[in-house]
Design a protein around this ligand. Structure first.
Ligand code: AMP
Length: 179
C-alpha cells in the first residue's frame, strides 16, 4: 500500500498521510509516544485510537492538506473511522473513497519477509508478527470496510499483479471518485 500511495501522491499532487510512517518517525526520535508505540508495533498490534486520531488531527490541520490528502494505513478501526468522519464533517468535508488492496495472507507474508531483509523494520522480520498483523487486520480493520460500504464509498481492487497494473486500476478508481 505504501508503494501505491507514493505513486498516487505524485500523480494527484496531494500529501500521503501514513500513520505507520508517523509512528516510525516518533520511534526514531525517541519521543514518549514513540517509546509507547514501539512495543505495540513490534508485537504486530494496533496503537491506541486516541494516539492515532490526535496524530491525524494535527496533520490534516497543516497547510499542505488544504486541497485533499491520501491516508495510508488509516483508519484501521471502526472507532478511528467514526472519529475521522466527525473530524472531516467539522471541516465541512468528507472522505471521497476508501480503497482496499486485496492480497492473500500467503502473498503478504512472502512480500513482507522480503521487505524485512532491507527495510530494517522489526515487524517485518518475524513471520509470527506478520501473521499476527494479518489476524488483527481481519478482526479490527475489516469492519472499517462495512462502515464505508454503508456510505457507498468502499471499493476493493486486486493487489496482485504488477505495480503498474495495480496503479492503473487505482488511478481509474480515484478519477471516478473525485471526478
Ligand atoms: P504500517 O506502516 O501501516 O504497516 O503500520 C505499521 C504499524 O504501525 C502497524 O502494525 C500498527 O502497529 C501501527 N499503526 C499504523 N497505523 C495505525 C493505525 N491507523 N492504527 C493503529 N495502529 C497503527
Amino acid at each position: 500500500k505504501g508503494t501505491q500511495a507514493n505513486y498516487i501522491k505524485e500523480k494527484f499532487g496531494i500529501p500521503q498521510i501514513s500513520t505507520g510512517d508517523m509512528l516510525r518517525a516518533a520511534v526514531k526520535a525517541g519521543t514518549p509516544l514513540g517509546i509507547a508505540a514501539k512495543k505495540v508495533m513490534d508485537a504486530g498490534g494496533l496503537v491506541s485510537d486516541e494516539i492515532i486520531i490526535n496524530l491525524v488531527k494535527e496533520r490534516i490541520a497543516q497547510a499542505d492538506c488544504a486541497h485533499g490528502f491520501l491516508f495510508d494505513g488509516f483508519p484501521r478501526t471502526e472507532a478511528q473511522a467514526v472519529a475521522l468522519d466527525q473530524l472531516l464533517s467539522s471541516k465541512q468535508t468528507s472522505i471521497s473513497a476508501v480503497i482496499a488492496l486485496d492480497v492473500t495472507e500467503e502473498e503478504l507474508v512472502k512480500r513482507l519477509l522480503n521487505r524485512g531483509k532491507t527495510s530494517g523494520r522489526t515487524d517485518d522480520s518475524d513471520e509470527a508478527v506478520i501473521r499476527k498483523r494479518f489476524a488483527v487486520y481481519l478482526a479490527e480493520t475489516s469492519p472499517v470496510a462495512s462502515h464505508y460500504k454503508k456510505a457507498g464509498k468502499f471499493q476493493t481492487i486486486p493487489g496482485e499483479g504488477t505495480v503498474d497494473e495495480i496503479f492503473h486500476s487505482l488511478s481509474t478508481l480515484i478519477d471516478q471518485s473525485i471526478g
